[in-house]
Design a protein around this ligand. Structure first.
Ligand code: ZN
Length: 408
């Protein structure tokens, strides 16, 4: 078991304070820090702190795949770590995006290889052959747009904005209140000629201003989000597309699970994200990065979904709150030490005997494994190799840590 130092990704939408504060570095950071990657993705592996200095987790896995990953994980996922853990800190909205299914990722990767697009090119969509199911758990209040809201509710929202330019689109969705109607409306907007967008977006923003200033409450959060996106990305069809998605507010500990094809964008907040070890993103707007609308349309799932359907069920198992997701690559739980579990060592076996990544989010916990013990404070992470578990935990004050391991 070793301390794991995450790789910091600096993107314009990141925070100069959240990740720096979380990991105990000076605030404000020099650059906006968007993501802290705790994993073995080839683009940015985390580093193990050993007695002989730092070692890339990727190199460690290559040198000792059986000991680090264990036979069960290797048999299913080969010699790579199947999941990636991130701390995400958004001060501004991220791009409107979706991730491919496993079949789409493999097909897209092969297609782009054949076309000779370098894997590092900014116009490359598929950087690996994996799908990217994603579980997001709020660490601080977190705001997101995700999944196509049931069409009937979207019709209500569009009507509430009282914008006559929206009438034909309201009719379209009202006549076909299902996945096909949502596909037709989304496709119409996201592929509309710029002059049309330049008329429709300002009209919608005007409607949203009136809606909010009249003190209407039912869709106030949706209207404010559209105003915010419109200010940040004027003339972007993604502002209209945002009208179709569930507006979700998560309190700390609450989560959403995003399967393949789910259209989403994160608006603001700090969260833990655990996903299959992939970087495959298809973007449809709200970003200066590469946007590929035809490819996005190929992977999107327009099946209407409610916010409640996106929130994964949880169950308690001793110290552990388990987030139940259908993902094979990862399993995530929150371990809480308080009350009777303080002041003595407690067993914390994982449900899978593969590797574990632990991230302390509160308090101070001593983790013991076969190779020895480590004390984790808030913002510190540890790597527990497959042959080093199971672990035991001890804390003197209330403490929480997240555990990511291979799915069962
Ligand atoms: Zn995503």
């Amino acid at each position: 078991m070793e301390l794991l130092r995450g790789a910091i990704r600096t993107y314009a939408w990141g925070s100069r304070t959240a990740i720096a504060e979380f990991t105990g570095r000076p605030v404000p950071a020099v650059h906006p820090e968007a993501e802290l990657w705790l994993g073995a993705h080839p683009a940015d592996p985390a580093r193990l702190q050993t007695e002989d200095g730092e070692v890339s987790l990727l190199e460690r896995l290559a040198a000792d795949p059986d000991g680090q990953l264990g036979a069960a994980s290797r048999a299913r996922f080969g010699d790579g770590l199947p999941f990636l853990v991130k701390v995400l800190a958004a001060d501004e909205p991220l791009s409107l995006q979706a991730h491919p299914s496993a079949e789409q990722a493999l097909e897209g990767y092969r297609r782009e290889e054949q076309l000779g697009i370098p894997v590092t090119s900014p116009v490359r969509n598929y950087r690996d052959t994996s799908h990217k199911p994603e579980l997001l758990i709020a660490l601080e209040p977190f705001e997101a747009l995700a999944g196509f809201r049931p069409a009937g509710q979207t019709v209500e929202l569009l009507r509430a904005l009282a914008v006559s330019d929206l009438d034909p689109f309201i009719d379209l969705l009202n006549d076909q209140s299902d996945a096909d109607g949502l596909r037709a409306l989304f496709t119409t907007w996201i592929t509309a000629p710029q002059p049309d967008i330049d008329v429709l977006v300002p009209a919608v923003l005007d409607g949203a201003i009136h809606y909010v200033s009249c003190g209407a409450t039912q869709f106030a959060a949706e209207a404010k989000t559209v105003l915010e996106l419109g200010e940040r990305y004027p003339g972007d069809a993604g502002v209209l597309a945002a009208l179709l998605l569930n507006r979700i507010s998560l309190a700390p500990g609450e989560a959403i699970f995003l399967p393949a094809g789910n259209l989403h964008t994160y608006l603001r907040g700090v969260a833990l994200e655990v996903m299959a070890n992939s970087d495959n993103v298809l973007r449809g707007g709200l970003t200066p990065k590469h946007v590929d609308v035809p490819e996005l349309l190929r992977v999107l799932d327009f099946t209407p979904t409610t916010e409640a359907q996106l929130r994964p069920p949880t169950h308690r198992d001793g110290l552990e709150l388990v987030y139940d997701t259908p993902a094979d690559e990862f399993a995530v739980s929150l371990l809480t030490l308080d009350g009777h579990s303080l002041g003595h060592e407690v067993d914390a076996p994982a449900r899978h005997d593969g590797p574990q990544i632990l991230l302390c989010t509160e308090g101070c916990t001593t983790v013991s494994a076969k190779s020895g013990a480590l004390t984790l404070e808030r913002g510190m992470a540890a790597w527990v190799a497959a042959d080093d578990g199971p672990i035991r935990l001890a804390a003197r004050r209330p403490s929480t840590l997240f555990r990511a391991t291979v799915g069962v």
